[in-house]
Design a protein around this ligand. Structure first.
Ligand code: SF4
Length: 346
């Protein structure tokens, strides 16, 4: 694979491209993050240098498909240089704030039974540059993005080094300058990595796909739970909170008849006791061939009321992006299948 210039900080660009003085690295970094994709257009570089660099590739990925939903959500499918495909989503909230939902892996190995990405299996980890490129493609199409969530394809904690490098790049003041508080890293609950993230001291937000606070139900839905008990998960979250002093988001995908009863709410209360959390209720988004049912509005509202009565802070994620299969748990590109963007099927 070609080295990715989009995965480099200014100093690394100077070193890799072997250019002096070193401030040229800053200039190139700034151009890349302004969306310039050719060295020829970097007008503050000397002409000779532009000529030398003009054959270098800046973006290694290309948008092979773009889908827009009525609610403003956009989903793009990217073809990577090894012909892997990934998806990224742009979400727009009621205040017109734009959030990039980025993938950290092509596919995912975690096998959550309610998630379409799991059906792909893991193809590979993404390089930091491939993560940054998702952001650049989204921003060039839809305008300034203020927030990032690592909730696309993949388990970010299973590719934490590259995810953290991409955060360093996207946070850099000469580039996108996205504040750490505006970046959320999600996980299905890899406890050692949650502690590792806390130890970095980088103040990003953490979201955990809890899904159920019942050990048996969680283990059925999330194979990771077979290795990571709720007790261990809680201990890692306490550790994170003591270090990061931040509220943790608990993602709770609500599935009809699975985790929507009063006893589920009570177990959730016990799990979140002593933690500063907000529980995000995400009504399950339908995925073909998966054996779950979407909860109706009455069930969702009544579960939220139960949580509020138990003094749990709760929000509900709106069903955004469903018409383009871009909602939570719906991302997947099945390679060499009728769903593959190259197959010509919409
Ligand atoms: S929910 Fe997240 S961790 Fe689980 S399979 Fe889907 S992408 Fe992977």
């Amino acid at each position: 694979m070609k080295p990715l210039l989009t995965g480099m900080l200014p100093k690394e660009l100077s070193q890799y491209l072997n250019i002096k003085p070193s401030f040229r690295g800053n200039q190139i970094f700034e151009w890349i993050h302004r969306g310039i994709t050719s060295f020829t257009d970097m007008t503050n570089l000397p002409l000779e240098l532009r000529e030398t660099l003009k054959e270098k590739t800046i973006l290694t990925s290309e948008v092979s498909k773009e889908e827009l939903s009525d609610d403003g959500t956009a989903k793009i499918t990217l073809k990577l240089q090894d012909n892997s495909y990934i998806e990224s989503v742009l979400l727009v909230d009621e205040n017109e704030r734009k959030t990039a939902c980025l993938s950290s892996q092509a596919g995912c190995a975690m096998g959550c039974t309610f998630c379409k990405t799991a059906t792909m299996g893991l193809i590979r980890n993404l390089d930091a540059g491939e993560i940054v490129e998702q952001f650049l493609h989204l921003q060039s199409r839809y305008g300034n993005i203020s927030n990032i969530v690592f909730m696309g394809m993949g388990e970010p904690m299973a590719n934490l080094t590259e995810v953290m490098k991409s955060i360093e790049i996207l946070h850099h003041p000469k580039g996108q300058n996205i504040g750490h508080r505006r970046i959320t890293v999600s996980t299905s609950g890899i406890t050692e990595k949650i502690k590792e993230l806390a130890d970095t001291g980088i103040p990003v937000r953490l979201a955990v796909s809890l899904i159920s606070a019942d050990e048996k139900i969680r283990a059925e839905l999330m194979p990771v739970a077979g290795k990571e008990t709720l007790k261990n998960l809680k201990a890692s979250l306490v550790y994170f909170q003591e270090k990061a002093k931040k509220r943790i988001t608990m993602e709770y995908v609500l599935m009809a008849g699975i985790n929507d009863k009063r006893e589920d709410a009570i177990k959730l209360r016990h799990f979140t006791h002593n933690l500063k959390t907000i529980v995000n209720i995400i009504p399950w988004n339908p995925v073909d061939d998966l054996p779950y049912r979407e909860p109706d509005d009455k069930t969702v509202e009544s579960f939220i009321t139960m949580l509020e009565e138990l003094s749990i802070t709760v929000t509900k994620r709106y069903r955004k992006g469903r018409s383009v299969n871009g909602a939570c748990g719906q991302l997947a590109v099945l390679q060499n299948s009728p769903d593959s963007p190259d197959s010509g099927r919409a």
